[in-house]
Design a protein around this ligand. Structure first.
Ligand SMILES: Cc1ncc(COP(=O)(O)O)c(C=O)c1O
Length: 369
């Protein structure tokens, strides 16, 4: 069989261009609730650290400076009451690149395995990382609580599994998964479990959890400052967990030249050492989630539930694209049709509450809600 050349699919958000043309006709312009990009500012101390670290000249350590890794360790100690050895923590350039590149490195480590397991309704980069690695992406069905139905994975796929992704709180659903069960499943099947925890600071029904609270062996947690500290433009994230896997990834990523710029690492230290800005941001998202749900529900007559975590509303609109088009036309707002996150999400819509209150009130006025 001849290998087919890889052609990148259209980037999900580029598919919204036609809807943006409808939305822009509104006086006051587009209200963009599609991409989960923060709109609130990082703290001034974090911004100041970007220009005062004196780290511009030399190459930054690929694994992250000792200060950055120590700050990550301390944060995990405060946040989850766990102690992760410094050697089992390393930096990455935001978490998207880690999600997109790790399968190829894991495949080189275990050439006999080629299946990447990921939640059927999820952030699209889990599947894309598998494709870019030449692996076989296998979507794990969701259970009725929005977590992974691990029992539904076919035995042949378990046998060939290179790794499993879990994401809690989930983008897009906001569901909180059973991380103890995911860790136990991975250990019992000898499948490394990668837990994307970038929304962990934003949980609404119970405290956020790390998979590392259930032991470090066989698991890797992925954290990012993009959402926690409104630093998506600076690109600081880290991964931590299983000693062998973290050591392997540290070494291979050095060879690739994966480096968080020094000034960004310095800013990351300041951000990780501060929890007050996160508490304030939580309040902001909680308020926006509640207000936006009320506005959309009143206008559409559709039930818009509050999520258990994250800063997205996720609801059944019967036809995600039709709802998104109607909202662009009537409210000048862009939202993400649920099929961006897998075919199983096609009835749904994801609304990111990443616009300031004034914009959400503008939406309410446009919709007469
Ligand atoms: C589930 C999930 N993981 C990872 C990322 C990537 O974030 P970043 O690369 O900014 O850390 C996102 C961004 O939206 C996300 O939703």
């Amino acid at each position: 069989m001849t290998a087919q050349p890889f052609v990148p699919p259209p980037y999900p958000y580029d598919r919204l261009d036609a809807l943006a043309k409808l939305a822009v006709k509104h006086d006051g312009g587009v209200i963009d609730l599609s991409i989960g990009t923060p709109c609130d500012p990082p703290t001034s101390a974090v911004v100041a650290a970007l220009s005062s670290s004196n780290s511009e000249r030399g190459y930054p350590p690929s694994i992250g400076s000792e200060l950055l890794r120590a700050a990550a360790r301390e944060w995990m100690r405060r946040r989850f009451a766990i102690d992760v050895p410094l050697g089992q923590i390393a930096a990455c350039v935001g978490s998207k690149e880690f999600v997109a590149t790790t399968p190829q490195y894991m495949k080189l480590r275990r050439p006999d395995r080629n299946v990447v397991l990921y939640p059927a309704v999820s952030y699209p980069t889990y599947e894309m990382g598998a494709i870019l690695a030449g692996c076989r992406p296998v979507a794990v069905p969701m259970n009725s609580q929005g977590g992974l139905n691990l029992a539904a994975i076919a035995p042949a796929d378990v046998h060939d599994a290179l790794m499993l992704w879990v994401n809690s709180p989930s983008n897009p659903t906001g569901a909180l998964d059973d991380l103890a069960a995911a860790a136990a499943w991975g250990r019992s099947h000898s499948v490394p479990v990668f837990s994307d925890e970038c929304y962990v600071e934003f949980t609404w029904t119970k405290p956020g959890e790390s998979i590392l609270q259930h032991g470090l062996d066989g698991v890797v947690a992925l954290h990012s400052l993009s959402k926690r500290s409104n630093l998506a433009g600076v690109r600081v994230a880290f991964y931590a967990g299983d000693k062998n896997i973290v050591n392997y990834l540290k070494e291979v990523r050095k060879h690739v030249g994966m480096m968080v710029p020094g000034p960004a690492q310095a800013a990351g230290v300041v951000a990780l050492n501060d929890d007050a800005h996160v508490a304030a941001q939580r309040e902001v998202y909680a308020r926006r989630l509640e207000r936006t749900a009320r506005v959309l529900s009143k206008w559409s007559g559709i039930d818009v539930p509050q999520p258990a975590g994250g800063f997205y509303l996720w609801f059944d609109a019967r036809d995600g694209w039709a709802f998104a088009e109607r909202l662009a036309r009537d409210g000048g707002a862009l939202v993400s049709p649920g099929d961006f996150y897998g075919a199983g999400g096609a009835n749904n819509v994801r609304v990111a509450v990443v616009q300031p209150d004034e914009k959400i009130e503008m939406l309410a006025r446009r919709l007469g809600a």
